[in-house]
Design a binder for this molecule. Structure first.
Ligand code: IMP
Ligand code: MG
Length: 187
């Protein structure tokens, strides 16, 4: 377990806060008069979602899903299952899925299919971080906080082996290794 001084800051609290406000303002403009449901993906999105919903100035409902993807601790292998589905009825509702980070895209591609089975009127995706370069399957992400090319990130809900979620900013876990193209699992 590293101390905060051993991590490299990528996005500080202020930067995240102002971007979250901007996204909240866009959603507020775009969802007026629509039945809006914000669905967070556990556990990673819990902090981002908590901040985001407080910047959306509209009536809304919230729910959560939990997904499991198989693979290493740092990369999903494409096999995703749902271990906790939504509890609210979504029929004819306008859904925004809130995710911490989109990497390969497998998780969100799968979840979008699940949401269409629930007969939502529309499904959009909002993620705080988009690692676009690493995408393996196509998914449209409608609201993106920040695009970050590479590296394994922790903090603000993001974990490595369940640690670091509580950090107020976002950090590179292994700047030195990542510069050479290593991921934490290859240490
Ligand atoms: P995807 O299916 O590869 O898009 O997986 C996205 C999921 O992998 C996210 O919900 C995170 O839980 C996890 N993930 C991907 N990249 C990172 C990272 O840099 N830090 C922490 N978790 C990550
Ligand atoms: Mg996650």
């Amino acid at each position: 377990m590293k101390t905060i001084d051993e991590l490299q800051l990528v996005l500080d609290e202020e930067k995240i806060k102002s971007r979250v406000s901007e996204i909240g303002a866009s959603i507020t403009r775009e969802y007026e008069d629509k039945d809006l449901v914000i669905i967070g993906i556990l556990k990673g999105a819990f902090i981002f979602m908590a901040d985001l919903v407080r910047k959306i100035d509209l009536p809304l409902e919230t729910d959560f899903v939990r997904l499991q993807s198989y693979g290493s601790s740092t990369e999903s292998a494409g096999q995703v299952t749902i271990t906790k589905d939504v509890e609210l009825p979504l029929r004819n509702k306008h859904v925004i899925i809130v995710e911490d980070i989109v990497d390969t895209g497998y998780t969100l591609k799968y979840l979008k299919e699940v949401m269409s089975l629930h007969q939502a009127a529309s499904v959009k995706i909002c993620c705080l971080i988009d690692k676009k370069e690493r995408r393996k399957v196509d998914v449209d992400v409608d609201y993106v906080g920040f695009e970050i090319e590479r590296g394994f990130l922790v903090g603000y809900g993001l974990d490595y082996d369940e640690q670091y979620r509580q950090l107020p900013g976002i950090y590179h876990l292994n700047p030195r290794y990542e510069a050479k193209g290593f991921m934490p699992s290859e240490r």
